[in-house]
Design a protein around this ligand. Structure first.
Ligand code: NAD
Length: 271
């Protein structure tokens, strides 16, 4: 264990199980000395999240549904009651009606558009607002501030069949990262996103034909493989630690290089 995160405390939002991207990041942070608190979406997930938190030496878990501003306020009040300040937050949250993560974007309903935007994009703004208020003020010696990290996907940049309204929400999320980075930069609070390649998780299982997306990325990315939650965890550690002290407003791709490729690889078989 290195002391990269020693003395730092932070909140992990979006852990569902040991396949979650949030788990890959939390494991790395803990291995490098961070102290972690975790939120879970509802009581049904508490029984999964609590034992995982315990594995990383944390008994600090509490509920938070990010679509409910009162619940968010309550969660941050719970956090503040035990920890006066925090140094980082991981926002690994996204949701849309799975019936609209297939078929055509043109058929998106207003209700699901608003819900997807609220949970998958606005929630980062609401979290950043509350989390930044708990980050240590910037001092004359350059200490203070913090780091906020969210998770996005290439479907924000280019059309990925079935990703639909979630791609539009991720585009709003990535632009929010830039605006938040600019607002919070003077307080030395950095805001970044990891654009992860496809990984089989609970959330991903809602996306139509996800197995095809996985196979396509494996065959056509420069590294000719899919990424793992450990790959995402390594990049998360970098973006949440002082190693990335000069980096903010960035969407960092952890996708085996897939985003630089313009067409099918010559060696990729038909699938
Ligand atoms: P996951 O299912 O493990 O995590 C999604 C989390 O979002 C869950 O913990 C769920 O409880 C939480 N959530 C949903 N609605 C919520 C709400 N209203 N309030 C609070 N929490 C809520 O899946 P994951 O793939 O690890 O997803 C984490 C993030 O990574 C998401 O933003 C997802 O879009 C993003 N991402 C995933 C992939 C992938 O292929 N799996 C790729 C790129 C980006």
């Amino acid at each position: 264990m290195s002391g990269l995160m020693a003395g730092k405390r932070g909140l992990i939002m979006g852990l569902a199980n040991d396949k979650s991207l949030a788990w890959g990041i939390a494991k790395q942070l803990s291995a490098h000395g961070a102290e972690l608190a975790f939120t879970y979406q509802g009581e049904a997930l508490a029984k999964r999240v609590k034992p995982l938190a315990e594995q990383l030496g944390s008994d600090f878990t509490f509920p938070c549904d990010v679509s409910d501003m009162d619940a968010l306020d309550e969660a941050f009040a719970t956090l503040k009651a035990r920890w006066e300040t925090i140094d980082f937050v991981v926002h690994a949250i996204g949701f849309s009606d799975k019936n609209e993560l297939r078929g055509k974007y043109v058929d998106t309903s207003l209700d699901n558009f608003l819900m997807t935007m609220n949970i998958s994009a606005y929630s980062l703004v609401a979290v950043a607002n509350r989390a930044s208020a708990m980050m240590p003020p910037l001092k004359g010696d350059g200490t203070g501030g913090g780091s906020i990290l969210t998770l996005t996907y290439y479907g924000a940049e280019k059309v990925i069949p079935h990703y639909n309204v979630m791609g539009v929400a991720k585009a709003a999320l990535e632009t929010s990262v830039q605006y938040l980075a600019n607002d919070l930069g003077p307080a030395n609070i950095r805001v970044n996103a990891i654009s992860a390649g496809p990984i089989k998780t609970l959330a991903a299982s809602g996306i139509g034909d996800f197995r095809y997306i996985l196979k396509w990325n494996e065959l056509n990315s420069p590294l000719r493989r899919n990424v793992t939650i450990e790959d995402v965890g390594g990049a998360g550690l970098y973006l949440l630690s002082d190693l990335s002290s000069g980096v903010t407003g960035e969407t960092h791709h952890v996708d085996a290089g897939y985003h630089v490729v313009g067409m099918k690889q010559e060696d990729a078989p038909d699938i």
